[in-house]
Structures are given as structure tokens and as C-alpha cells.
Design a protein around this ligand. Structure first.
Ligand SMILES: NC(=O)c1ccc[n+]([C@@H]2O[C@H](COP(=O)([O-])OP(=O)(O)OC[C@H]3O[C@@H](n4cnc5c(N)ncnc54)[C@H](O)[C@@H]3O)[C@@H](O)[C@H]2O)c1
Length: 256
């Protein structure tokens, strides 16, 4: 009897899978965290529009990785959590399929979420290149009167060539995330946290800085907040802050 029940426990044991869309800078850090058992799962299923990127990632790991040829195939593997680390267009293209699946979904390219219905509890986004969203969200419950975000990056991280400090954008979070889809998802993350309050965004291209710096100022009903993040750019992708991948890892751990 005992061995039978053990067998049936074995047979019904859930295999914990993670789905990953996008095998670039963030996807690679995430896969390496799984390889190092910082994130515990049984299998990683990956999809990248560039099949060579998926092959390269699989070849760099000893952990079991399955390569899917499409998002449909990735979802058919029934991952518990799917991480999007591909780009805003990928979110727009796959959003309906992702929401229709049973997986918990982590979105990195948060700029795309500003024009999608994100009320579904399966949709999650990490703090990414910033933090303190718990305090900001708490203040939003009372009343936020002003939120400003100043992002300062080296021209290389913004595809610019200016040799003097230059303000390259001033306006709304939605527009910043649209005009800088690879660099200003952070503005969208903040906007999603305080909506419907508007976030005033300034993007500065500064040859003197090497780190991606985000300064957030919040004025709210019962006080003020100042938060500052100076993040090393990801070595493989200067548009991305290294912190973003670690924020995804942290969220992934809580959802598995
Ligand atoms: N939320 C944040 O704070 C934050 C911070 C940094 C980066 N990001 C965003 O996260 C995303 C991933 O960043 P990254 O640095 O890993 O980018 P990356 O360019 O290094 O990698 C993206 C990968 O996705 C693949 N890809 C692109 N379009 C695809 C599609 N439609 N379907 C499948 N695969 C596709 C590419 O081939 C590439 O391998 C970007 O949109 C980036 O802007 C968000």
C-alpha cells in the first residue's frame, strides 16, 4: 500500500516549468539564475524570434532547456510562470494568448501595458530598474499630487552622440516609453503604479555618467519622497539596467 501511494504521489508530482520569451540580456541573467538554483524549477522553455539566440542560451546551460518554435508551443508546455523579456511589440503581439493561458505572466516591457487592459491578476510587472513602488503605491491610495522622474544616461545608452549634457525628452511617461521603447520602460512602470496620476518625465543624455540614473520625486498628501537609483548598464545591453533582470528574478521566486 505504502509503495503504491508513493508511486501515485510520484506520478502526480507537478513539474514546475518556467517559460521565457526573449533570450537576450535579461533572459540570459534569468536562465543563469535558474542554472545556479537561485530560482528553483524543473524545466525552462524558451522562445526567441531569433532562433540562434535561443540555441546559444540552451548551449550555455547544463539545466534542461526546451526550445519552443512559437509562443503557442511555449504555452502548450504549460509553464507555471512566463517571463516576457523581448520587447514592447512582443507584448502587444502575444498579450491575448498570454492572458488566455493559465500561466502567471511577468512583463518586462512595461511600456506596452499602458495601452492594454492590465486588470487581469495574472499580469505582473517587477519594479525593474527602480524600486520603492510599495511606498509610492501606498501614497497613491491617499493622494499623490506630483510625480517626476528624471532619467540620466550615457549617450551610448540612448543611441545619441551628444558631447554636452542634453535634455533629449520632457513630457509624459506614456510618450517617453513609446519614444524610448528599450530605455524608458521604467517611466511606464512608475505610471502603472500611480495611475491615473500623470508622471512628468525628463530624459537627460549625459556623457559624464556611466550609470543609468533614475531620480523619482513624489509629493503626496502626507509628505514627500525622493528615490535615486544608479544602475550599472547590463554588460551585454547598455540600454538595459542590470537591476532589471534581478528584479524579474525576485518576482519570479514569489510566483513559483
Ligand atoms: N521594466 C524595466 O525596468 C526594464 C528594464 C530594462 C529592460 N526592460 C525591457 O525588457 C525587455 C528585454 O530587455 P533585454 O535587455 O533583455 O533586451 P535584449 O534586446 O537584450 O533581448 C531581447 C530578446 O528578445 C528577442 N525578441 C525580440 N522580439 C521578439 C518577439 N517578438 N518574440 C520573441 N523574441 C523576441 C530578441 O531576439 C532578443 O534576443 C526590453 O523591452 C527592455 O526594454 C525593462
Amino acid at each position: 500500500m505504502k509503495s503504491q501511494s508513493n508511486q501515485s504521489t510520484k506520478a502526480t508530482k507537478m513539474v514546475k516549468k518556467i517559460g521565457l520569451i526573449g533570450c537576450g540580456a535579461i533572459g540570459t541573467v534569468l536562465a543563469e539564475a535558474i542554472e545556479r538554483k537561485l530560482v528553483i524549477c524543473d524545466e525552462l522553455v524558451v522562445f526567441d524570434a531569433d532562433a540562434a539566440k535561443a540555441q546559444k542560451l540552451k548551449a550555455s546551460l547544463t539545466f534542461p532547456v526546451k526550445i519552443a518554435n512559437s509562443v503557442d508551443q511555449l504555452l502548450a508546455a504549460k509553464p507555471k510562470v512566463v517571463v516576457e523579456a523581448a520587447g514592447q511589440q512582443a507584448v502587444r503581439d502575444y498579450f491575448d494568448k498570454l492572458v488566455a493561458s493559465n500561466a502567471e505572466i511577468i512583463i518586462m516591457s512595461t511600456g506596452a501595458l499602458l495601452s492594454l487592459n492590465v486588470d487581469d491578476p495574472k499580469i505582473h510587472f517587477p519594479a525593474g530598474a527602480i524600486g520603492g513602488l510599495d511606498a509610492i503605491a501606498a501614497a497613491a491610495n491617499a493622494a499623490i499630487t506630483e510625480v517626476t522622474l528624471t532619467s540620466r544616461k550615457n549617450p551610448k545608452a540612448l543611441n545619441k552622440t551628444n558631447t554636452e549634457e542634453t535634455i533629449v525628452y520632457e513630457g509624459t511617461a506614456k510618450e517617453a516609453a513609446r519614444l524610448f521603447p528599450r530605455e524608458m520602460n521604467v517611466a511606464a512602470t512608475l505610471a502603472l503604479t500611480v495611475k491615473p496620476v500623470q508622471v512628468k518625465v525628463k530624459v537627460v543624455s549625459d556623457p559624464k555618467v556611466t550609470r543609468n540614473t533614475h531620480e523619482i520625486n513624489v509629493k503626496w498628501r502626507y509628505g514627500e519622497m525622493q528615490l535615486r537609483f544608479a544602475n550599472d548598464p547590463h554588460p551585454d545591453n547598455p540600454h538595459t539596467s542590470a537591476l532589471a533582470a534581478w528584479a524579474a528574478i525576485q518576482l519570479l521566486k514569489t510566483l513559483l
